[in-house]
Design a protein around this ligand. Structure first.
Ligand SMILES: [Zn+2]
Ligand SMILES: [Zn+2]
Length: 387
């Protein structure tokens, strides 16, 4: 992917701009670079698309939050086109998308009146998006995982192939546009009175009308169905992130363009590991004797149990760092650590024999004095872990 400009920079707004300022800035850019005003100007067209993309993200609180946190990589690019092919915007943000999604911003002036300069760009019906949730364990997040999801959705009618027509002869040429799919109309725009060529409202741009509807889908072109969608979820994703699988949403009426599938990530809390960004925290309890004499104990990690050494004289609150045992960064910037925070289990009750032994121990020189542990400030450190 080519180097992308910062979305705030594209729209020329501050990072803390409110929704209204963003909308105004986009409107300004859209008018400036509108293809009707810059016919055949590829650079203007690119700027127009760039602004639309920036607006798509910054006008949506979820996407904006993700962008603020992860930058462009958080917008789906990091997934690198796995099985489901997360597009982000990589797959191209077409002129049709811009007008179908943001037509409202033009206050009706441009919405339907755009004639694609790239050719062949008839505006077509678009199916709606579907949102699904996927629950992932920490170990799935650690490695990345491919999930097969059975999605209930509208699919193209298999009898008519999505056209909605009974058979090949159930069509006639659209009388409104004479089969061209376009209709002229005169509008008052920001640039004065403009005659624009728009999609024919009667046939929706197909140039044909159905005279006898398909009996399975009643002419809609779609029926309820199911599709199994395979989604490659990259390692390091987190709660609330969303991945977009282009074209796997609901099918559109009359053979239009499919909507998208939005996959929302949910994290299943782990009973033993607490996530802190890319780091993991495990609270480990050791016995008093292990604290005194040292030893080997087992700790959970995202790759299974691991054995770690406890040094003799380990005090409560000591933090052992298992480098690289955390979660991989979703944008590929290395891997976090696992922090093992030691606590010591002090027996609540001793039997007579144990009591006698501990009393004997208490007489020994090493047990005569309680001392602050050097170089430590448990509470300060805790603060940063659990912020
Ligand atoms: Zn049908
Ligand atoms: Zn027509």
């Amino acid at each position: 992917m080519a180097e992308k400009r910062d979305y705030y920079e594209v729209l020329g707004v501050q990072k803390n701009a409110n929704a209204d300022e963003i909308k105004k800035a986009y409107r300004k850019a859209a008018i400036q670079y509108h293809p009707d005003k810059n016919p055949g100007d590829k650079e203007a067209e690119e700027k127009f698309k760039e602004a639309a993309e920036a607006y798509d993200v910054l006008s949506n609180p979820d996407k904006r939050a993700r962008y603020d946190q992860f930058g462009h990589a958080g917008m789906g690019g990091a997934a690198g086109g796995g099985a489901g092919g997360f597009g982000g915007f990589g797959g191209g943000f077409s002129m049709e998308d811009i007008f179908s999604q943001f037509g409202d911003i033009f206050g009706g002036h441009f919405g339907g009146g755009f004639r694609s300069s790239s050719g062949g760009g008839r505006r077509v019906n678009r199916g709606s998006d579907i949102r699904v949730k996927v629950k992932l364990t920490l170990s799935e997040i650690a490695t990345g995982v491919t999930k097969k999801l059975k999605i209930n959705k509208t699919v193209a009618c298999d009898k008519c192939g999505g056209t909605g027509a009974k058979d090949a002869s159930s069509y006639s040429t659209c009388s409104t546009c004479g089969g061209s799919g376009y209709a002229m109309r005169v509008e008052n725009t920001f640039f004065g009175r403009v005659q624009t060529q728009g999609v024919c409202p009667t046939c929706g741009g197909t140039g044909k009308v159905v005279t006898a509807p398909c009996d399975r889908c009643k002419g809609e072109g779609t029926v309820r169905g199911q599709e199994v969608v395979e989604i490659a979820i990259p390692a390091g994703v987190g709660e609330g992130m969303a991945l977009t699988v282009t074209g796997k949403g609901n099918a559109a009426r009359h053979g239009g363009v499919n909507g998208d599938l939005q996959v929302l990530i949910e994290e299943i809390p782990d009973p033993e590991l607490i996530r802190d960004g890319n780091d993991l925290i495990h609270n480990l309890n050791i016995t008093v004797t292990t604290a005194l004499l040292g030893g080997t104990v087992e700790v959970p990690t995202v790759d299974g149990r691991a054995k770690i050494k406890i040094a003799p004289g380990t005090h409560a609150g000591k933090v052992l760092r298992l480098g690289g045992k955390g979660l991989p960064d979703v944008n590929g910037y290395g891997r976090g650590d696992e922090l093992v925070v030691v606590d010591i289990t002090v027996p609540a009750k001793l039997n007579a024999e144990e009591k006698r032994l501990v009393e004997q121990l208490a007489q020994q020189p090493a047990f005569q004095k309680a001392e602050s542990v050097k170089n430590q400030n448990i509470f300060e450190r805790m603060k940063s872990f659990f912020r």
